[in-house]
Ligand binder design. Structure first.
Ligand code: AMO
Length: 439
């Protein structure tokens, strides 16, 4: 019996075959993207991970039996084609294959849930319902190839800087971030929640002597609102550093972003082209604008915002228009930031918290943290939280906690920026929002 995997063994991906191969025999495997039957000649476009190959079958050159097989090949059926390369300037990559053998590996059912040829636009819900097929489209898979390159750069960047990668629990007993709701779960006979952020754990790691840690992991936010920027399950890149200041970790974040942009620019040229996206790669330092100045900018554009308020959507929009691409907002009021944020030593009403923005989109938040036990305990009470629920976290601050700082960055939001897509759902394989829990 012929092994099916032997049948599928390709010699090349589509993008690897150029006119230089003219006269050579190659074997390609993939999905039937399109089929055009002109009677005496049949054209099949075969799609694989990296591109499309045109199979040209003229009845004069191809056996009758093979012509029958080709004509029967339905869209999205998996086929393997062996053939001779011929130059063909109008075909993808400037080549076509004249088939000498075709194996139909697995026949697709019809009708298809989605058109994969990018000729018919589908609604987001239709696309997400048949996500496996949606990702067959090259302009969709490009998003995930770019996200992959981004995450690859993040890991390498941290490894090079001697960070330790950590993984922390996502089943947790208490809240960390004010403002967003938690998803409650049943944990045997106890109440538990899905983690909003690895915040408490990454800070506890500062008491271990590991100095610098990072985590790439899911965060869960029970946000009720349905926007293009929020998900209920998001991917967060978190960094925390002992003996480093707010300015140190802002510098780290800026340097990381620039590394990501340069790597994506260099390594994902064809994906960016598929998406028609021109990457914004700033070489200048990211501007820093203090919160009080933000209020002035926003008010000057007739959007109301008072001291002590977070940025509303209208404020984000006008600020984004004024500030351009990447910029930091600093000196946030202590009152509207989480309990763990270190107040400014000269003016405790202001804090060491910062946000990194891209135009009107918040990409990251961070700060110097409180490392003093008494101050931390006090801040927990000030925020109307119960210190008893933080007992194990607080313990780490009693026996030599270094001063430390860190940040968390939304990996899906960063992917929106580097791919140019406008809806965060596009950047996640299987997004979770207010209305969607499947597939
Ligand atoms: P924050 O709550 O600001 O800070 O979250 C950090 C970043 O995570 C992303 N993000 C989201 N992305 C998509 N959907 C959501 N619902 C969502 N919520 C947050 C954003 C945001 O800037 N513990 C702190 C970080 C720290 O100080 O280290 C925190 O979680 O891009």
């Amino acid at each position: 019996m012929t092994n099916i995997f032997d049948k599928c063994k390709r010699t090349h991906y589509s993008n690897e075959i150029s006119p230089d191969f003219a006269g050579e025999t190659v074997k390609v495997t993939g999905w039937v993207h399109e089929i055009r039957d002109l009677g005496g000649i049949v054209f099949v476009l075969l799609r694989d991970k990296n591109g499309i190959t045109q199979i040209t079958a003229p009845s004069k050159k191809v056996s009758e039996e093979m012509m029958k097989d080709i004509r029967a090949a339905r869209k999205e059926t998996i086929v393997t084609v062996t053939g001779t390369v011929q130059e063909s300037p109008k075909a993808p990559n400037g080549i076509e294959l004249i088939p000498s053998n075709i194996d139909v590996i697995n026949v697709s059912q019809l009708p298809l849930p989605l058109d994969t040829t990018e000729k018919v636009d589908a609604e987001m819900d239709t696309r997400l319902d048949a996500r496996f097929m949606d990702i067959r489209k090259h302009d969709v898979s490009a998003i995930f190839k770019i996200k992959n390159e981004m995450l690859h750069t993040v890991r390498n960047y941290f490894y090079d800087k001697d960070f330790t990668e950590i993984t922390t629990p996502k089943l947790v007993a208490s809240a960390t971030e004010g403002g967003t709701e938690l998803f409650p779960i049943t944990y045997f006979e106890k109440e538990a929640f899905l983690g909003q952020s690895p915040q408490l754990y990454k800070q506890m790691m500062m008491a271990t002597g590991l100095d610098s840690v990072f985590e790439i992991g899911q965060i869960f936010r029970a946000e009720e609102h349905d926007t293009l920027r929020h998900l209920n399950e998001a991917l967060s890149i978190d960094a925390e550093m002992s003996f480093k200041s707010q300015e140190d970790v802002m510098g780290l974040l800026e340097d990381l972003i620039k590394n990501i942009l340069n790597n994506v620019q260099d390594k994902c040229a064809s994906e960016l082209e598929d998406l028609g996206h021109e990457l914004d790669v700033p070489s200048e330092p990211f501007p820093v604008v203090p919160y009080e100045e933000v209020i002035d900018i926003v008010n000057s554009q007739d959007v109301e915002m008072e001291y002590g308020e977070d940025l509303n959507r209208a404020a984000e929009k006008v600020l984004g228009e004024t500030m351009g691409s990447y910029y930091f907002i600093t000196e946030w009021p202590t009152a509207i930031k989480p309990f763990y944020v270190m107040p400014n030593s000269d003016d405790p009403e202001k804090s060491t918290a910062f946000d990194l923005m891209y135009r009107d989109l918040e990409l990251s938040s961070g700060s110097q943290r409180i490392h003093d036990y008494d101050l931390l305990y006090n801040q927990i009470e000030t925020k109307d939280l119960n210190p008893d629920s933080f007992e194990k976290y607080l313990q780490a601050f009693k026996y030599g906690m270094p001063p430390h700082s860190g940040w968390g960055m939304g990996a899906d939001r960063l992917t929106m920026v580097i791919t140019g897509v406008k809806n965060i759902r596009e950047t996640v394989l299987f997004p979770r929002d207010r209305r969607r829990l499947t597939p």
